[in-house]
Design a protein around this ligand. Structure first.
Ligand code: F3S
Length: 756
């Protein structure tokens, strides 16, 4: 589907030279991750060795993918960049804004009507700027990317954290904020700290009830939700090559749940089979010609401890099916009696109300075929469903083929609801309750990746457990969380005891994939005539107004908007949930600015002192009053400020509302970059105890901002309400080009100026 074979061949034409140059320079054999990173350097061949976990490096990604919720702000920014076309192949996928309620046909119609404004906007911007557009219902971004665009040895970025799914086809694929994507769309380099490397050696072979999902559930148990931070996880060994390509995708996908930068597998026959099955024989042929460069060196895999920063070994022959949850994806329990005990000890409901199969993690043809083999057994053995079942196929191609082959009809015989090929319940787009906040305590099992409280249905009392699609089907049929399909019998409608046989399925459809309308719209070759319409009174979309450039003067007389106490993630700064609706309207979404941050002076959220009238009020309203009065403000924060999602709204909202500086003990890296990109001052206390000096009624004067320069501290004068003063030093990490972003008002303003 319009994949760019010429671009892929260009990558392969230069891979040997670049990998050899890197090997010579480092003087060591290379992992796959290093080969991909070194062959995608912005400056071409490597000229210096990068230190893992330390050096910032400029890369040249091959592709970009955006989903509808994040694409709105990314494209609104790109529209300001002054470019006629995107510089690298880019696609937009409409998958997040479709609610699952009654079934695919009606749900899709209803989304098309309720979000038509957003879909029309994304379609016309795509058409204008040469971006491939995947219509609502075409599928979930990462499944569609795997089927159409991912290629071994490639590098892509995407405005979604599960972009990492494409590692299943041997890519280094990384989730980023929209501002980063805009840089690459505009033809600029993309910066990343050279990651650390974790090797996972898979021995043995998956069999019976054990699925690729269990591998990543096990890895999550071992590494926990933070264990992969700042690292690429590279899988290798006989267990890896024996696994399907989409199974590898499942494992890489959930690498996001251990905080990994990304995960990947070396090119092998399963990938070749998948490429050929998805109509990309030319990519498979091109990959075969350079295949030694599309996997790690033999020496690396023979002695992994010497080359990876950490090595984990898992014997797949000894791995059993797992259930992870509730509320966190790294809490692992073996099926059966271990779950009985844990559930009783923790008061988790053992009765299962729903089983959900789908999401970008587990919605391939293989997933549906293995789950349907269990559903078919339930029909054949006279079992009745004890809970409800919902299915979200990953793409229209998967759905069409699964329907042609009778798989969906098997689920329907069990009264399953077939929802749209979209994210649906995985992103809370599930109309399960009319009043989720007061809904009852219950358990559900799903094959998704995230199971945080309220994630699927908005009910804080829903205990969500993550499992493979086949185990999800078996547990949904049994209605019990502690059902062990390897040991437990169920009673059928005739009162007989029956047991499930092991699941069976097809890695790829035996009759090949088929689809009538995959849902792809190619952009116009010349989009200059496309008019992008955004209604001036729209509540969901708003064209961006460029941020004001710096006036060259020291910021003086600034007031404190909020001193945030403790953890302040991007969710605290720009909440998700119902605010998803305003992702394309900066002014409206700014009404959630910092409403989740805890005020250090009263430990309340969204309740700060307005120094203009000494009254307390919400953060956005208070800030709007400062802005109206022309008074600059600052935000103060604790450690790791801005951790979590890469959404740039968390930087754009305070900027839009008139905050001038964010001063913290330390930043999460992506958020610090996002602040810099939006022309904001992101600074850290040189002495972190100075955080304690800041009082609610203080006024702030920057004394030497007019001499802002790389590696030079800034001086801040704090004037307390009683007139006493402190002078403190602030650190920053701005290099010379980043200071230009600040001076121009934003990185985008600079791009625009350079293109004028
Ligand atoms: Fe969508 Fe859930 Fe994946 S929201 S992109 S299916 S993680």
């Amino acid at each position: 589907m319009a994949f760019d074979i010429d671009m892929i061949k260009k990558v392969y034409d230069q891979v040997a030279e670049r990998v050899n140059a890197a090997r010579e320079l480092t003087g060591t054999p290379l992992t796959l991750a290093e080969k991909i990173l070194y062959s995608h350097l912005w400056d071409g061949n490597a000229t210096s060795v990068f230190t893992r976990g330390k050096d910032y490096v400029d890369f040249a990604p091959d592709r970009i993918a955006c989903q509808d919720a994040t694409a709105q702000m990314a494209l609104l920014q790109f529209m300001q960049a002054g470019k006629d076309k995107v510089a690298v192949p880019t696609t937009v996928h409409c998958d997040h804004l479709i609610q699952a309620k009654v079934g695919a046909e009606k749900d899709l119609k209803s989304a098309m009507s309720s979000s038509s404004e957003v879909f029309d906007f994304l379609e016309s911007v795509s058409n204008k700027y040469g971006i491939g557009f995947w219509k609502p219902g075409a599928g979930i971004i990462h499944q569609v990317v795997l089927e159409n665009y991912a290629f071994p040895g490639g590098m892509m970025i995407g405005t979604d954290s599960h972009t990492v799914n494409a590692g299943g086809l041997g890519m280094v694929a990384i989730g980023v904020g929209g501002a980063d994507a805009v840089d690459v769309m505009a033809g600029m380099p993309w910066e990343l700290k050279f990651p650390k490397l974790i090797g996972v050696k898979l021995t043995g072979k998956l069999s019976g009830w054990t699925a690729p999902k269990d591998v990543i559930l096990k890895v999550a148990e071992i590494l926990t939700v933070k264990g992969g931070t700042g690292a690429i996880v590279e899988y290798f060994g006989p267990g890896a090559t024996a696994m399907s390509c989409t199974g590898k995708g499942t494992i890489c996908n959930m690498g996001a749940e251990i905080g990994a930068t990304t995960s990947t597998f070396g090119y092998d026959e399963s990938m070749e089979r998948y490429l050929r099955a998805t109509d990309r024989a030319d990519v498979a042929d091109a990959a075969n010609a350079v295949k030694e460069h599309l996997t790690g060196d033999d020496e690396v895999y023979a002695n992994p401890e010497q080359y990876f920063d950490q090595v984990i070994e898992i014997n797949l022959s000894e791995l059993g099916p797992l259930l992870n949850g509730p509320f966190t994806p790294d809490l692992s329990t073996t099926v059966g009696s271990a779950m009985t005990e844990k559930a009783k000890a923790n008061d988790w409901p053992l009765k299962v109300e729903w089983g959900l199969i789908g999401s970008c993690t587990n919605s391939s043809y293989e997933d549906l075929s293995r789950a349907s083999s269990i559903a078919q057994q339930a029909i054949d053995k006279g079992l009745k469903m004890k809970s409800e079942l919902g299915i979200n196929p990953g793409s229209e191609q998967v759905r069409y083929t699964a329907e042609r082959d009778g798989l969906l009809q098997i689920f329907e015989k069990l009264d399953a609801k077939i929802f749209t090929n979209a994210c649906g319940p995985c992103i809370g787009q599930w109309a399960r309750y009319s009043d989720p906040k007061n809904a009852p305590k219950n358990s559900i099992v799903h094959s998704f990746n995230r199971n945080f409280a309220k994630r699927a249905d908005g009910n804080p009392n829903t205990h969500a457990f993550v499992a493979s699609p086949e185990l999800t089907a078996a547990i949904a049929i049994s209605g019990r969380l502690d059902f062990n399909p390897l040991k437990d019998a169920l009673i059928n409608e005739d009162g007989q005891e029956v047991m499930f046989d092991e699941p069976t399925g097809w890695e790829l459809p035996p009759k090949g994939f088929e689809v009538e309308d995959a849902g792809y719209l190619a952009p116009l070759a010349d989009g200059s005539g496309v008019d992008i319409k955004v209604a001036p009174d729209s509540e969901r979309l708003e064209l961006l107004t460029p941020f004001e450039p710096w006036d060259g003067k020291n910021i003086t007389g600034a007031k404190l908007l909020i001193k945030a106490f403790g953890k302040c993630t991007t969710d605290h700064i720009s909440m998700a949930g119902p605010w998803l609706r305003y992702r394309g309207h900066l002014d409206n979404i700014s009404n959630n600015c910092l409403i989740g941050a805890v005020n250090a002076y009263n430990k309340k959220t969204n309740f700060v002192k307005n120094q203009l009238n000494s009254e307390y009020g919400g953060v956005p309203d208070t800030q709007r009053e400062y802005k109206a009065a022309g008074i600059p403000t600052i935000v103060v924060g604790d450690h790791n400020y801005g951790e979590g999602s890469s959404r740039e709204h968390a930087a754009m909202e305070p900027r839009h509302l008139g905050v001038r500086a964010v001063i913290v003990k330390s930043f999460a890296r992506i958020h610090e970059t996002n602040l810099k990109k939006q022309g904001m001052l992101g600074l850290t206390f040189a002495n972190e105890d100075d955080y304690d000096l800041i009082q609610e009624d203080d006024t702030f004067n920057f004394l030497d901002l007019d001499q802002f320069a790389p590696e030079k501290q800034l001086t801040l004068e704090i004037v307390h309400a009683d007139g006493s003063k402190h002078e403190i030093k602030l650190n920053h990490t701005y290099n010379a080009p980043q200071i230009e972003w600040f001076k121009e008002g934003s990185a985008l303003n600079l791009i625009k100026k350079q293109n004028a």
